[in-house]
Design a protein around this ligand. Sequence first.
Ligand SMILES: *Cc1c(COP(=O)(O)O)cnc(C)c1O
Length: 423
Amino acid sequence: MTTRQDCVVRDRHDPLAPLREQFHLPDGVIYLDGNSLGVRPKATTERMQQVLHDEWGTDLIRSWNTAGWIHLPQRVGNKIARLVGAGENELVVADSTSVNLYKVLSAAARIQRERDPQRRAILSERSNFPTDLYIAESLCKELGWTLRLLEADEVESHLGPEVAVLMLTQVNYRTGRMFDMARLTAAAHAAGVLAVWDLCHSAGAVPVDLKGADADFAIGCGYKYLNGGPGAPAFVWVHPRHADAFSQPLSGWMGHAAPFEFIPHYQPAPGIARYLCGTPPILSMAALECGVDTVLAAEAHGGMAALRAKSVELTELFAQLVEERCAGHGLSVVSPRDAAQRGSQVCLTRSEGGYAIVQALIARGVIGDFRAGDSQMPDILRFGFTPLYTRYVDVWDAVEHLREVMESGEWQRPEFNRRHAVT
Ligand SMILES: *Cc1c(COP(=O)(O)O)cnc(C)c1O
């Protein structure tokens, strides 16, 4: 049986423990929602002041050159590339995940329509994040294609001659289940299918090797494990074999070969720069860079491998403590118990009261979130573990709060059953 003292000792010997100092963690909060909105890095405050006062305030428009604003999408992109196994100048920061998904899905469709017009389907997972499905649905409508939704285990066996694109999120937002990117990409390629990977719940949380897996396209989020701040810009990566061959449909001037020549016709920039569209949001990009730097700081402490090792231990500890200490309350672990198939989150389910239990925990300062189910998917109580700032003792204390909330019946109070706009 693990005790609280065991957790205190584990924190004392944790080589990543100093990295927690990079963050502004409010008192009295155990934050288990870094998979939804990462914690604010301390450095972001000073950097934002500098951008506001010096770069925007004093230097004004000159900052596009003097402060290098114009290169921020590439500069921050190259930093993120190091976390996801992409090469130099292959990844840029731009727009939102939803918008970037539209760009890469369209580019993949353009490639496939030229190669093999018989392929007219996009394959995905039924419980993929809704925005991914909505974007794919819209593109399918535009092209007269179909979107096929399957359970995770069925995906591989449905890669056939009528499928153009496989679109998967590596770590499922509801269950934390992680696909084997290399294996599924290889299976897709063997069937003539292009693989588009969404890294929203992977970048900064699990080791990703886009080049090693030979993926075709990838996109991901800046405000989750990359700690870029609410609504931070997203990123987009395209394998160099595709980057110059086709363009994406949102042909804005920032993706032009020569934006400041103001030519009336579009000529895509070489390489990944053509995936830019409009003017980059400099304030948000500057904040995102601070967030990405907090993850890169782990390079001096064992890097992604060390982050992953701690993430596995934190998620394992949480699942084990819930099963040991909250038994008999109808809670069960939905996330895979095999760590190799699990991202950096643990999801629980309960036949009823999931929303209220999460609200009761939040009232105690333990912040997770709730994702409603339907007839085919269970309600989810979701807990994300960011190894940069989550301690073993936080896991212990969070489970203790959960045990108290269940044993006292506190979650049944009416105030915890009132739904807010954002869950
Ligand atoms: C968080 C998340 C998104 C978010 O998309 P936005 O365009 O930033 O709103 C998309 N897809 C997945 C899988 C996510 O986890």
